[in-house]
Ligand binder design. Structure first.
Ligand code: ZL4
Ligand code: CA
Ligand code: ZN
Length: 370
């Protein structure tokens, strides 16, 4: 593998907030990742960037002005976990909290900074682990996401790139990003997700594949609980390969939500962090300018393990399974290692159902034209 010029965007302010005392989304997981990446001695191998928060004007490119004005107005006075009565914010999932505007602006600012590095050719790969807020919509917060940093970064990339590929391996459907680009053929969205039985957000059926000029440019891969590394990687490689062949993108955005890894508090996949990282490795092998973003992930130590491993994957490094000394992990044996093994659990995906999904998705991609 040729070594890539890698930039690592880190906005300390994005990870210092709490959505509520008991919310499963814990921004601190990005600090945990940061410390592991540092203690594995990866910082000297990348350009470390401290991004600026997005401006109001930048936020309003992807959101309704009134929604951004509201976030800004309520932000300083909102109490932790209270004041979630506004219809733009969906109660328990997206509570109003002190600093919600600054939190959102710093995440979006970091993803835009990644896009700018790519646009100027200063980096081949740019990382923002605080990013990946794929559910946020133009006029509403959804699923723990207040501002859509991904749409903002893609818009920025579109200024310098004819076609942008978006790949989302978060456990959940990337509905927000899909919606922004549903009717354009300049962005292909490809999401792998848990689907069915009203699993959040409920969208992402194979047949919903875009409209107008965007028809056959929104690709959805619905999966069931218990999917293992072999099945997931098989689908990922085959579908991405076909999508790349048909779409010929000039830039790539990866949403690396770690709630698709085994043991997640809100998830029930059986994907190891090595399996998750091998999807990234495969995507990077296309040698496109790439933005790598975070996303979901609710068993926080596993999130830090996964994104640390993936930072190393981007750098082409092999990491020791023994975690370096750090302030978050204790000394128990199960707390001291990097790699997350699979568990014994029922798998509702059969090899037959996996082949069927591949066949149906391939039928759509066979119609995609550039
Ligand atoms: C919680 O414990 O399925 C929120 C959310 C807050 C703290 C205390 C309040 C308890 C699980 C989830 C009541 C919680 C009720 N607290 C939440 C339809 C729902 C309405 C809200 O990874 N209730 C909504 C959103 C999903 C729904 C997933 C994934 C984001 C991403 C990218 C977003 N919403 C049912 C749930 C808790 C909570 C415990 C929760 N919410 C689990 N799944 C959801 O894709 C970042
Ligand atoms: Ca997904
Ligand atoms: Zn998720």
């Amino acid at each position: 593998m040729t070594t890539k010029k890698v930039a690592y965007c880190f906005a300390p302010d994005a990870s210092s907030y709490q959505l509520s005392e008991t919310h499963p989304m814990v921004p601190e997981r990005v600090n945990m990742t940061h410390e592991l990446v540092q203690n594995y001695r990866m910082f000297p191998r990348m350009t470390i960037i401290k991004p600026h928060p997005a401006t109001e004007e930048q936020l309003k490119r992807v959101h309704l002005p009134g929604y951004i004005d509201y976030l800004k107005k309520v932000s300083p006075i909102a109490t932790l976990g209270l004041g979630d009565l506004y219809p733009c914010l969906q109660a328990d999932d997206c509570p109003m909290f002190t600093g919600v505007y600054d939190y959102s602006a710093s995440i979006v600012g970091a993803s835009i900074a990644c896009a700018n590095r790519i646009n100027h050719g200063r980096s081949n790969v740019c990382i923002n682990w605080a990013g990946g807020m794929h559910h946020a919509k133009r006029r509403v917060a959804s699923g723990f996401c207040y501002a859509n940093d991904i749409a903002a970064a893609i818009l920025e990339l579109l200024m310098c790139h004819r076609r942008v590929m978006y790949v989302d391996i978060d456990l959940h459907h990337g509905d927000g990003v899909e919606e922004y680009f549903y009717n354009t053929n300049r962005v292909m969205t490809l999401s792998f997700h848990r689907f069915g039985n009203n699993f959040f957000p409920g969208t992402g059926a194979i047949k919903n594949s875009g409209v107008g000029p965007g028809k056959d440019y929104a690709i959805n891969v619905p999966l069931q609980k218990g999917i293992d590394d072999d099945q997931y990687i098989y689908l990922f490689k085959n579908i991405l390969n076909k999508a790349m062949e048909r779409f010929q993108p000039e830039a790539l955005v990866m949403q690396m939500g770690a709630d698709s890894v085994v043991g997640d508090l809100l998830g029930d996949f059986n994907l190891t962090n090595k399996g998750h990282a091998s999807c990234l490795e495969n995507a990077l092998s296309y040698n496109l300018p790439t933005i790598v973003l975070g996303g979901g992930g609710y068993s926080v130590k596993n999130v830090a393990r996964t994104w640390t491993l993936e930072t190393a994957t981007i750098l082409g490094l092999e990491l020791d399974n023994q975690l370096p000394t750090n302030s978050y992990f204790g000394h128990l044996p199960e707390d001291s290692t990097l790699y997350i093994p699979p568990v014994k659990m029922s798998n509702s995906n059969t090899n037959k159902s996996i082949r069927k999904v591949l066949r149906k998705v391939t039928e759509i991609l066979d119609r995609t034209e550039i």
